[in-house]
Design a protein. Structure first.
Length: 137
């Protein structure tokens, strides 16, 4: 068999070989994504972090011992977390904060109280704990 072109036929350059076709490119991207997901899962970074922060205030004391004082829980839903924690400290309550996303609560002013337990207006002894669930502002 003769592989030479006919004398009158135009000369054609050989078609260049592609390194990666569309399928190869898609498989490479999918493989890289899967490796990244597995790496994050192995290193423990794939699970969301729920940060719990507890503030503690000293109990009111007299010469005869500790005095138990009840006060109402302030309304905190909708307030920035830093403001809510300050209000709880002034009312002599402790706080447990749930939430914070993947990296936790880095800046308290960037979080808003979405839910509180117990409800606002509930009478509690000073030093009792108030639960706050926060969402990113």
């Amino acid at each position: 068999m003769n592989t030479q072109a006919h004398p009158g036929a135009p000369a054609t350059a050989p078609e260049p070989r592609r390194r990666f076709g569309p399928l190869g490119l898609a498989l490479g991207i999918a493989g890289g994504f899967l490796c990244g997901v597995l790496l994050v899962a192995v290193l423990g970074g794939a699970k969301p972090v729920v940060e719990k922060r507890t503030i503690t205030v000293p109990a009111t004391q007299t010469s005869g011992g500790t005095v138990i004082v009840s006060t109402r829980v302030p309304p905190l839903v909708g307030q920035r977390l830093d403001v809510a924690l300050t209000r709880l400290e002034r009312s002599r309550f402790t706080a447990e904060v749930d939430g914070g996303g993947l990296f936790g609560i880095l800046e308290e002013s960037n979080w808003v109280v979405a839910e509180q337990t117990p409800a606002p207006g509930t009478m509690l002894e000073q030093g009792s704990q108030v639960g706050l669930r926060v969402e990113h502002a």
